[in-house]
Design a binder for this molecule. Structure first.
Ligand code: NAD
Length: 552
């Protein structure tokens, strides 16, 4: 009956309300979050079990998905479910404070960690790509990246434009699951925004969820709109259907140099992500199946052209940065030796936050009632009255963010703040001020959970960019501390061979047990980020360690 009602392919949906389907909230929570990842309002392609980020999946195939659901419905608190690349493979004896689900996705021994090897295994049904929050069941729709994108654009405005992006033109491409946050983040930061996507249905989804203001297939019309907005200092976002490189080439010809230029096409995956130029989207999709080698050749050549155009815009005065999709590395493969002449967004804007243990903390109301999120918003505003940045974000988010799937909120919190927030949420559940438990998690893109030399750990002070011990220690710390589910993935964000990262989700169900687990996990998790950055020699991290009495 459960499968018929909530989990029928392809109309997945998380149950709402206070009635348990599993044996306790400990297992009801991962069950709801797994189905939420696949909800049509959340996932980019629920039919293919694809949540976001190219082919980032929540489960390996429908059979594996249904088996995970069945097992979660029956799992008790003395056992934990093992999930290997989206397939349930066994149940182990554990204890009530242990994670209920232990997940490993897309991991390969380093020498074999290539897309070629992975795609072969995937084609034979042996693996799936977990991205970051797709396979670890804590994706919350485009909001999940919204605040981080907003922080990046705002930092860019402060650094280069005297404090604001008002009256500036931001150009980017890729308006998919994550990239779709760019238009709203840019207009929140005051900019005129032009976003290019080759697939009109992706831009339509941003219109439907109020992430973008306008859409057109006409280059001249898009340009007229954004130039007018730039001139009048109006915040406006426009989605233009087209190829990223083609539009940049035209802008260059027309002498239009953006103030800020970046990119969030799915460049991390040259076969199932990036779409090559010179052929229509339909032709590209057909070529992807018919001749994968030729598709990848064209894809890498297109990325090289795309990056050359970005470099030329940089030379002409644009502020250019890589937005975490690894396009520079593929451009190098395509022959652009100086692709790394523009920086990644982490060293450029985010690293100081990582030194404070800050990162994309998020939570979800399992009740499905938006009022529960508004209650948590209010509680945080009362708990952190001195944090004006946070207050402004929470106020704007309530006005501007349309929920996708179960109501959720993201906000970047650091050491000390996360633990405080978690205990407040547990108290809201305990005292019945919210209707059902709340799950708390984060992206794997966080201060202490990821090794990704072209993104989160690019240009570390001591050159330890590729050391992934830290990500494993983060996983072990959160497992030992009693997160409700934990995960370890490879290849998220930047593709096979380029990253290793850990995820965690923890339940606030109003119990004393949850208090104890929250105190450990929400202390250890950001502390790992501070350890990692202090160890690499960042003074800011050392100062934060001292402030919180961390034992380094
Ligand atoms: P997605 O697959 O949902 O969307 C990618 C979009 O790019 C699609 O809409 C596709 O149509 C478009 N596209 C592909 N080739 C194009 C081209 N040549 N011209 C124009 N549009 C093109 O992916 P997503 O979840 O939005 O993630 C985008 C990228 O950003 C991925 O590489 C992902 O790993 C990375 N990412 C970055 C961050 C970050 O914090 N910076 C976070 C998550 C993901």
């Amino acid at each position: 009956a459960f499968l018929a009602r909530y989990a029928a392919h392809p109309h997945y949906e998380a149950p709402r309300g206070t009635t348990l389907h599993a044996r306790s909230w400990q297992t009801e929570a991962p069950l709801r979050m797994l189905l939420n990842n696949l909800d049509a309002g959340v996932a980019e392609n629920p039919d293919g079990l694809v949540v976001y980020g190219g082919i980032g999946q929540a489960a390996r195939n429908t059979e594996a998905l249904q088996k995970i659901i069945e097992l979660l419905l029956h799992l008790d608190e003395d056992h934990s479910l093992l999930v290997q690349s989206g397939k349930p493979v066994g149940i182990v004896r554990t204890h009530p404070m242990a994670p209920r689900v232990l997940i490993a996705n897309s991991n390969l021994v380093p020498h074999w960690a290539t897309w070629e090897h992975f795609n072969d295994l995937r084609a034979r049904g042996l693996m799936m790509y977990g991205q970051m929050t797709a396979g670890s069941w804590i994706y919350i729709g485009t909001q999940g990246i919204l605040q981080g994108t907003y922080e990046t654009f705002a930092a860019c405005g402060r650094r280069h434009f005297g404090g604001t992006l008002k009256g500036r033109l931001v150009v980017t491409a890729g308006l998919g699951g994550m990239g779709g946050a760019q238009p709203l983040a840019a207009t929140m930061a005051g900019a005129a925004f032009l976003g290019v996507d080759v697939d009109p249905t992706r831009i339509q989804k941003r219109l439907d969820t109020r992430y973008i203001d306008r859409m057109t297939t006409n280059y001249s019309e898009a340009l007229a709109w954004v130039l007018e907005a730039k001139a009048s200092g109006t915040a406006l976002s426009v989605g233009l259907v087209g190829d990223a490189g083609d539009v940049l080439a035209r802008l260059r010809e027309d002498g239009i140099i953006p103030d800020v230029l970046t990119d969030q096409t799915s460049a991390h995956d040259p076969l199932n992500g990036y779409v090559p130029h010179g052929i229509s989207l339909e032709e590209a999709l057909a070529l992807r199946k018919a001749d994968p080698a030729e598709y990848q050749r064209r894809s890498i050549a297109s990325m090289a052209r795309h990056v050359r155009l970005m470099l030329s815009m940089q030379e002409a005065g644009a502020v250019v940065f890589d937005y975490g999709n690894n396009i520079r590395a593929y451009a190098v493969e395509g022959g652009v030796d100086n692709a790394f002449d523009f920086p990644g967004f982490v060293p450029a804007y985010i690293r100081p936050l990582f030194c404070e243990g800050k990162g994309p903390f998020r939570w979800v109301a399992l009740s499905g009632d938006p009022e529960d999120i508004y209650t948590t918003d209010k509680a945080l505003m009362e708990a952190f009255p001195e944090n004006t940045h946070l207050l402004r974000w929470l106020t704007e988010a309530r006005q501007k963010v349309a929920f996708q799937g179960l109501p959720a909120r993201i906000c970047w919190l650091g050491m000390g703040e996360r633990e405080k927030a978690g205990l407040i949420f547990n108290d809201l559940v305990r005292t019945g001020r919210v209707k059902a438990p709340i799950v708390i998690g984060r992206d794997h893109l966080d201060c202490g959970s990821v090794a990704s030399p072209n993104r989160e750990t690019e240009g570390m002070l001591d050159g330890s960019d590729a050391v992934s011990d830290w990500a494993l220690l983060n996983l072990m710390g959160n497992t030992a501390g009693g997160a409700t589910w934990v995960s370890f993935h490879h290849g998220g964000g930047v593709g096979m061979g380029y990253s290793q990262h850990a995820g965690m989700v923890i339940l606030a169900d109003g119990t004393d047990r949850a208090d104890a687990c929250l105190r450990r996990v929400l202390y250890n998790d950001p502390a790992l980020g501070i350890f990692r950055h202090a160890d690499a020699g960042y003074e800011r991290a050392e100062a934060w360690a001292e402030q919180f009495g961390l034992k380094i």
